[in-house]
Design a protein around this ligand. Structure first.
Ligand code: 13P
Length: 245
């Protein structure tokens, strides 16, 4: 999946039904294989039961397999209700829950052990961006999560922290350049199959076309603008216009 809705902590029972209806009125259902939604855990089952072609994912999993860990949800649990993918290392989790690279790496292994496709998020702060330290920082994040792993398949989401939820989308040419760098780092340094590299941070139906036109952008991870089915559908159409037709 290449265009993914990250609902974060939004969505109540039955919201997915209306969202899917509105999305289906906007975009071609035959192309839904390329779409994904990561709702809160509470809605995973409802999304899966609906049997859309859209891939279903979780926003997080525990780094542990099973045991007395109150409030945690394991890879086996989300696999059990049919999750296809999981978002790992989102900056909101890194910041709010102090997720370190070693924890994210353990989560990655848990996901892979349960045949769940990982979408690993990386991205720099405004301070690092201004100091032109983005590449060094991304390298350290990738090293922390991917070093020593063998032949793993994953997607990477490049999400500059300063672009998330701010309305300040990164410039398309910069996104393209950073995606190319991430691809190059992955092929040079790590034993990974990078299925695709997607961008996240203030993507909407107005700016997504230009982003999708970039050579090294394979899709997008969308927060705020994904909550409305029509809006997400228009973003999906911008992607399909460039990649599927
Ligand atoms: P926004 O699209 O709301 O900026 O969020 C991006 C994001 O964090 C997706 O994971």
């Amino acid at each position: 999946m290449k265009v993914i809705a990250n609902w974060k902590m939004h969505g109540l029972k039955d919201d997915f039904l209306l969202w899917h209806k509105n999305l289906s009125e906007t975009a071609d259902e035959n192309l839904f294989d390329d779409l994904g939604i990561a709702p809160p855990f509470t809605l995973l089952d409802e999304c899966k039961t609906y049997q859309s072609k859209i891939k279903i994912g979780a926003q997080n999993i525990s780094h542990l397999a099973e045991g007395p860990f109150t409030g945690e949800i394991s890879a086996a649990m989300i696999k059990n209700i049919g999750a296809d993918f999981v978002i790992l290392g989102h900056s909101e989790r890194r910041e709010l829950h102090a997720e370190r690279e070693d924890i994210i790496k353990s989560k990655l292994l848990e996901a892979l052990n349960h045949n769940i496709h990982p979408v690993l998020c990386v991205g720099e702060s405004k301070e690092l961006y201004d100091a032109k330290k983005t590449e060094d920082f991304l390298y350290s994040q990738l090293y922390g999560s991917l070093n020593d792993l063998n032949n793993i398949k994953l997607s990477i989401a490049y999400e500059p922290i300063w672009a998330i939820g701010t309305g300040h989308v990164a410039k398309s040419f910069e996104i393209n350049k950073i995606h190319a760098t991430i691809k190059e780092i992955c092929s040079r340094e790590f034993d990974v199959q990078l299925e695709n590299i997607i961008y996240g941070g203030s993507v909407n139906d107005q700016n997504s076309k230009e982003i999708f036109e970039q050579e090294h952008v394979d899709g997008a991870l969308i927060g705020g603008a994904s909550l409305d089915g029509y809006s997400f559908g228009r973003i999906a159409n911008n992607f399909f216009d460039i990649h599927n037709r």
